[in-house]
Design a protein around this ligand. Structure first.
Ligand SMILES: [Zn+2]
Ligand SMILES: [Zn+2]
Length: 333
């Protein structure tokens, strides 16, 4: 998307059902032009789920979306974030400040906090993972140059007022919403489910257009955790899904099956790649994603490949061969 087209992207609000609104907020990312926050009526105010990213003018976009459906920021009585990626909790600090509300999020948010509070340490860690994975030095240098100009998208790191873990209930006019921990996409990920109406706010765990992402390096097996989280959500029997990006969708079970199938395909591709002999994670990428690798997406794709490789290791299909003398590690079937 061109810079001009991006500028025209504006916050928009729409009612989904009485007492539930979708707030569509612009994002500065190519290929992901917007994300959703959800407003749920709750007594004299609302519960706000997710925040949009933080950048110049982003709070005005949220206010604009709210105004379109007759809402205002001071009405927020509780802010809940599905996970600690910047597009879902980036504006938590100013919202809590302006609304004077509580902010609830899962405590396993270390994966996001480092990037926001100590960008140098976060960059060093990413470069180390890249080096270990066989990314050429030149590409790492380009990434480091770019990283310095990349905003974190997080206004300020604030600790949740309450840990959003399984068993916590969010009250609303649509009935109770139960919290389910659904790690995989991110260690801090939760979904909330309203059993009376069978509504599921899915964050990035389930999206209308199936796409996978895993935060690598914070938990033992992100892919395994994601598959387990799909089982957790499947048992709920949701009839309408309110995802973190894109429109609501009703065929929730088809989407769950689609996610499982895509994971299966990707794991099969990684296994096939390993048949060519021990490879670095970087060398596996083109086997799975073709020649789509670019400086912009290397970190993203590598994080997924490392997560798939780790899952194959955990399930006894692949093994990791440590690299000696600064050599990258390799993976073998
Ligand atoms: Zn996310
Ligand atoms: Zn997202």
């Amino acid at each position: 998307m061109t810079r001009e087209a991006r500028k025209r992207e504006l916050g928009r609000g729409e009612r989904v059902i009485p007492g539930l609104w979708r707030l569509r907020l612009p994002l500065p990312w190519p290929g992901v032009p917007h994300g959703n926050a959800w407003a749920i009526a709750s007594g004299p105010g609302i519960v706000l789920v997710d925040t949009g990213t933080h950048e110049a003018g982003s709070l005005a976009q949220l206010e604009r979306a709210m105004e379109q459906v007759g809402l205002r920021l001071p009405l927020v009585r509780l802010l809940v974030c599905t996970h600690a990626h910047s597009d879902h909790w980036g504006q938590a600090a100013p919202i809590r400040e302006l609304a004077g509300c509580e902010f609830w999020m899962h405590p396993n948010h270390a994966h996001a906090v480092m990037g926001a509070s100590d960008p140098e340490a976060a960059l060093a860690r990413r470069l180390e993972v890249g080096r270990q994975s066989g990314v050429p030095e030149e590409a790492l240098r380009r990434y480091a140059d770019r990283y310095e100009s990349m905003p974190s998208g997080i206004a300020a790191v604030i600790e949740p007022d309450r840990p959003l873990v399984s068993g916590v209930v969010v009250e609303s006019d649509l009935g109770r919403w139960d919290v389910y921990e659904t790690p995989g996409h991110a260690p801090s990920h939760v979904c909330i489910f309203a059993p009376e109406r069978r509504l599921l706010v899915s964050g990035d765990h389930l999206l209308g257009r199936i796409s996978l992402y895993f935060d690598y390096g914070y938990t033992p097996d992100p892919v395994g955790e994601f598959l387990h989280s799909l089982d957790v959500v499947e048992r709920l029997g949701a009839r309408l899904c309110l995802p973190g990006h894109g429109r609501t969708f009703a065929d929730v079970h088809a989407h769950i099956r689609g996610n499982r199938e895509l994971v299966r395909q990707r794991l099969a591709s990684v296994r096939e790649a390993l048949a060519h002999g021990p490879l670095t994670a970087f060398e596996v990428v083109p086997h799975v994603y073709g020649d789509s690798l670019s400086p912009q997406n290397t970190h993203w794709l590598l994080s997924k490949i490392l997560s798939f490789l780790t899952h194959l290791q955990v399930t006894g299909v692949a093994r990791r061969i440590a690299g000696d003398d600064g050599q990258p590690e390799r993976w073998a079937a």
